[in-house]
Design a protein around this ligand. Structure first.
Ligand SMILES: [Zn+2]
Length: 81
């Protein structure tokens, strides 16, 4: 089953998320939502559990209402890719 078809859970408090996913993060975890540095940790966590790069970028883009390109270039600049 593709990850896209699975339920999404908040990486910070574990609740099941509804579309659009970023609204939960913005409302409940504004400190995380406002800091791009949190993308690095999240990306490393997702890669660590075996998610591939493209899926990781997609999930992060949905959680933070950012484009995958924006996230990828930030991670590249942070030397995290
Ligand atoms: Zn949460």
């Amino acid at each position: 089953m593709a990850y896209e078809e699975e339920s999404r859970f908040c990486p910070y408090c574990g609740v099941k998320l509804k579309h659009p996913y970023w609204q939960h993060v913005q409302k409940k975890h504004p400190d995380k939502y406002s800091q791009k540095e949190t993308w690095v940790k999240l990306y490393q966590d997702y890669i660590g559990v075996g998610m591939d790069k493209e899926t990781s970028l997609k999930v992060i883009s949905e959680l933070f209402n950012a484009t995958e390109d924006e996230i990828e270039s930030f991670l590249r600049n942070a030397d995290a890719l």
